[in-house]
Every structure is written in structure tokens, then in C-alpha cells.
Write a protein of this length. Sequence first.
Length: 398
Amino acid sequence: MSRFRLYPTARQRVALLEQCGHARYAWNLALEQWSMWTRDKGPTPGFAEQCRQLTQARAAFGWLWAGSQTVQQQALRDFDQAVKNFYAGTHGRPTWRRAGRHEGVRIVGPQASRIVKLNRKWSAVKVPKVGWVQFRQSRVVPNAKSYRITRDRAGRWHIAFAVIPEPIPAPGTGEIVGVDRGVVVSAALSTGELLTCPGLSDREQVRLQQLQRRLARCHRESKRGLQVKAAIAKLYGRAADRRKDWVEKTSTDLARKFDVVRVEDLRIATMTKHPRPKLDPERPGRYLPNGRRAKAGLNRAILANGWGDLVRRLEHKAPGRVDKINPAYTSQTCSICGHCAPENRENQAVFRCVACGHQAHADVNAAVNIAAGRAVSARRETPVPVSLTREPQLATSA
């Protein structure tokens, strides 16, 4: 995706929100039909049948006829693809789309190529039923066959062109790097580098806490409550922009410097699920009050460090050069002698081998094991060193 910031006028924003409402209505209606399937009934309508039903609905309802047929049909096509992804096991079950959270339309076909360049910094795209909308041309506009216009919770509009970027060529030096992802250190490299994903500053964190307390005192859906929600969304959007920028720069740097990038094979979606509540042994029938609160903080820390986004962009920029290694006991195994024991990991940052005395940063030691492709069985045996045609750069002892 190649994304640009969109700047619609006040009238165009109203028209775009109407188009987003039409797309959301078509999606939710298709989801309702699909959810009504039972074993004793026939198959639910497919994409072709839903398009015929959409034509009849547009003829019966004027507010639907006033919208763009391309936008409404593409919402049905997107839902059909979401159902196929769900049955293929690559994505989760399609969910309902809500106003204020899922605001977006998709344009395909010849209409997606109606783009003019106004000057060196600005261009305009002709959106059906909306008109010419200006966007900031921060780089070259790609030649795409479709684009998607979205609005985030902070009220910002973006246009994203669907193009597959060219992969970054390998340097050809034969170097392998291991990447250990963590909460305190976002990414530790086997070369000894420690990379941290930027987030909100201390001042912004205080501001966020103040806004959240103010929101708790506001009435539901009040005018002041909506203003506070918009301010909170602006802070979250700022953190998301910094995280995306860090992911893009880090993934590009790794793809350019190393031939092979090895990362842990982590199931992030499973790791960030809400835990089951634990029963309180002192109060039968009741749950521990802080059981989920600590896990929720860990989930936020994992998502804030961009674990999944980093690997996903690496696979896009360096296809075929990203290896996923079993993360079993990589943080407890010495990268020098291969001895594995829980006592090796003194704390979050210090690794000291009880067998050979090797000392290093704990995340860097784990990254070296990942680069070497080492994985230990559940019996915690000392692994056999893996012979590599290209040896990774090992971190020196501290």
C-alpha cells in the first residue's frame, strides 16, 4: 500500500461519510445474511446474488440510489473475500462494522485512475459522487488499479493505492541476523544493536491519563464526551504514526544490510488474547480482581512495540529471506557453550551462564541463538551447534 494524507473540504467530508455509511450498510447486511445459515437451510446468497439484490434495493430506496454503486458493490466483494479468508484459516471471522470506527470506501476500475497533479506538492483524485479531492503528494503516486479512502478515529482522511512494492535486493554479503522482540527492548539484533519503538512521551502519557479521567466523568455520547474522545484518538493516532514509521525504517534497514533475517515464530494473536479469569481461593465463586489487568498491560505493551508489523513488512520487503525460528528456550540458552538453564537468565536485561560464565545482554544473547537457528527441546538439553554456511555476527562478552 502507498498511502497519502487526504484533505477534503467540509462538504466533501459529509459526502465521504455518506459513502462510508453506504459501504458499511452493505457489509453488515451481507454479514447478517451469512450469519443466518443453519444446517437445515440452504446456502446463503453469494456475491453475484447479493449484487442482484443490491440493484433491487437501489431501485427501491432513494438514499441508496444516491450513493455510488461502485462503493456498495466493492463492500460486498470485500465481504466475500473476508469469508473466503476465514474458511481458508488465514483470517478471523468477519465482524460488524461500526460508525466512527470503520469509515472507508474502496474504488476500483477506470475510476481509480482519475488523478491529476496540481503542483509539486499537491494532487487531486476524483471520487465518485464526491468530486475532486486534494491529497498531499509526499512521494510519487503509483499506477494502481484501485485505492481505498479511510478515516481514522482522530478525524484524519487517507487514501491508499493498492500496489505491490518492489522487493529490496539482498546485499550479497552472506550475513545472517537474528532479531529478538521484547517489551522493554522492541528489537534486539544479534549484532548487539538494541532498537526501541518510539511511543508517547512522558508529557503525552500524562495528558492521556488526564483525558481518560475526564472521559470517565462525562455523560455517555455527550458533546464534551465526544470532544474528549477525539483528543484521546489524536494521541493514539500520533503513537500509531510513530510506530509505523519505526517499522518501515527498521524493516528497510534490515532488508538492505543482511541476506537472511531470522525471527521468532510467535503467535501474537494468541499471546494478546484476554485470559480466562482466575477464581479467588479465599472467596468461593468470585474471581481475582487484578488477574486481567496485568495481562491487559502486557497485551498493550506487545502491540505498542509492533511485533507483528515488523515481521510482516520484512516479509514484504525481503520475500524468501525471512526465517522463523522456534523460540523455545532461546532466552535461557548460552550462545557460547549451549548450556540451557533457567538460572542463566538473572533478570530482564542480564544473562550470565552458570556453566561457562559468559555474560551479555539477555535479549542480544537470545538474538544470537535465533540467528544460529538454535532451539531446545522441552527436556532442556544442550543443543547440538548448527553448522551454518554463513556465520552470524556474535555479540562480544560484556
